[in-house]
Design a protein. Structure first.
Length: 276
């Protein structure tokens, strides 16, 4: 882990695209920082084989460094076929849906890194063990499947804020990822028209330490990017603080604040995001 936090070169805006809609692949990748080609929930069971064929056929037209393939859960009949499809492409990142145990990451094709989608009660509880697996590159959490796995009906209150159980899951995945030097990816905002709510959540994700945010519509991409990009004032303040620190030893005072190493790391993180 760098002193400015976990780096995730694909981020910050990751756009889902159904894998059975190959005509959308290039458009999705052009609009976002990376595309998540979804073989799981976005594809009906009858269309899974066609989606896998489309995935393999797309290999020559997409930048593999900016593609994530979401495969079906390890306990489904589709998992092995999904991994075979990934193996037949140059795509080197696979997101395992409904991850609940680290063992399935041993089954990834050689050279393929894993992203664990912790979106069930068992997956959230196992997040630390999953994050420790050497093939896992990042952890991603999902609210709706989590609440469904608990027998609930909604992850959010009427005002749009997350219920406590979703907030706890979000924090637990972030902590598990950070504890093992892995990136954490924040969940999607399902209300496509609510860009203000998305902006607030993305800003909180940045401030909390998430490396990227996933989205379901290209219209959400710029809102996420804007949240992750520090504004000019934040960059100037960070540079001024680090310049002042160059002549100091240990704790010092700057513009009325006591500054120590954690605050300097915050400033370095701001500059790292600006440069990225």
């Amino acid at each position: 882990m760098s002193e400015t936090g976990v780096q995730f070169t694909m981020g910050p805006a990751l756009l889902f695209c159904p894998a059975d809609r190959p005509e959308r692949y290039e458009k999705a990748l052009a609009r976002a920082d990376a595309v998540i080609l979804d073989l799981e929930d976005a594809v009906a069971p009858a269309d899974k084989d066609a989606a896998r064929r489309a995935l393999v056929d797309s290999a020559a037209t997409l930048d593999p460094t900016r593609v994530i393939v979401r495969v079906n859960a390890a306990d489904t009949e589709h998992f092995t076929a999904d991994l075979a499809a990934v193996r037949a492409t140059p795509f080197r990142t696979a997101m395992l849906a409904k991850a609940e145990d680290p063992d399935p990451f041993d089954m990834l094709p050689d050279g393929v890194a894993g992203i664990a989608l912790c979106e069930t009660a068992r997956g959230i509880v196992a997040a630390e063990r999953i994050a420790a697996h050497p093939r896992v590159r990042a952890l991603f959490w999902g609210a709706e499947d989590l609440v469904a796995s608990l027998g609930g009906t909604s992850s959010r209150r009427l005002d749009g804020s997350y219920r406590d159980v979703a907030r706890q899951a979000r924090a637990r995945v972030l902590l598990a990822a950070g504890a093992h030097g892995k990136a954490a990816i924040d969940s999607v905002h399902l209300d496509i028209a609510d860009l203000d709510g998305l902006a607030e959540e993305a800003a909180d994700a940045v401030a909390s330490g998430f490396a990227a945010t996933a989205c379901i519509h290209p219209g959400q991409v710029e809102t996420i990017r804007a949240a992750y990009l520090p504004d000019a004032d934040a960059v100037r303040e960070a540079r001024a603080l680090l310049d002042a620190a160059s002549g100091e030893r240990g704790v010092f005072r700057f513009e009325g604040r006591m500054i120590d190493e954690p605050v300097l790391r915050h400033a370095r993180s701001v500059l790292a995001r600006a440069e990225a």
